[in-house]
Design a protein around this ligand. Structure first.
Ligand code: MG
Length: 243
């Protein structure tokens, strides 16, 4: 009887200790305080975003050879001008949240990869495919919002050609060791028109058209590139937040 009493006492005591040990305040964290960011509304970006294109000029962009971009700027929209080549940001970025809006031409020309093709190349190397895949069949690892030839999107969230579409991209840059070998691969999450299409996938290296992907060491921050794939794809409202 005395044994049972002592046992019950011990249990009550330990429960009491536990309750005391796990007072809610013991797991409150007060610092560091996250910075205040005023969210955007409609098409306006959050307060801490770096504006890459707001429709007024192409000042944030340059051709890879350093020359001014040859794309068309009209009515607050920039459009690929066939043959003038890719454009990239003057600024280099590492880990980012990226928002951009794109539009495939309303007049349908071509098929498969030849229809409304462009691309956003994270760090100039890792392509998130831009393509008009609205009732347009192509290889699925190269369709809209694929990590080109690496990750098939989880859904085809394309709007009809001629309508504006959004990409919201969360990208973690790869890290390399001093000897140039890979330390951690890049990862990317993509929402296409608000639909999750890439869920924190590991990028396997440069997105190659021919052959297999492979990493080549590069500095942590690299410019963002938009592709000229000979189709008049348009862009507006491009902003980035450094993470
Ligand atoms: Mg492309």
């Amino acid at each position: 009887m005395k044994k049972i009493f002592l046992h019950v006492l011990a249990v009550l005591f330990s429960v009491g200790m536990l309750a005391q040990e796990w007072h809610p305040s013991l797991t409150y964290i007060w610092e560091p305080v996250p910075p205040v960011v005023t969210p955007g509304s409609g098409t306006s970006p959050p307060s801490d975003a770096i504006i890459l294109f707001d429709g007024s000029d192409l000042d944030q962009w340059v051709k890879p050879n350093g020359e001014p971009v040859g794309w068309k700027l009209e009515d607050g929209v920039m459009t690929v001008l066939k043959g003038t080549g890719a454009i990239h940001t003057k600024q280099a970025f590492g880990d980012i949240q990226l928002h951009l809006e794109w539009r495939a031409p309303s007049e349908i020309e071509g098929e498969g990869q030849g229809r409304g093709n462009s691309g956003v190349y994270l760090q100039g190397r890792y392509e998130i495919q831009i393509l008009d895949c609205y009732e347009n069949t192509t290889y699925v690892n190269g369709q809209t919002a694929s990590v080109y030839k690496q990750h098939i999107p989880l859904a085809n969230a394309c709007r009809p050609p001629g309508e504006w579409q959004t990409y919201d991209i969360i990208f973690t840059a790869p890290r390399f060791k001093e000897d140039g070998s890979l330390f951690t691969p890049a990862t990317v999450t993509v929402l296409h028109n608000g639909v999750l299409v890439q869920n924190h996938v590991k990028i396997q290296g440069n997105t190659e058209h021919i052959g297999l992907p492979a990493y080549k060491a590069h500095p942590l921050k690299q410019p963002l590139l938009l592709q000229d794939h000979s189709n008049p794809v348009s862009f507006r409202n491009i902003w980035v937040r450094e993470l």
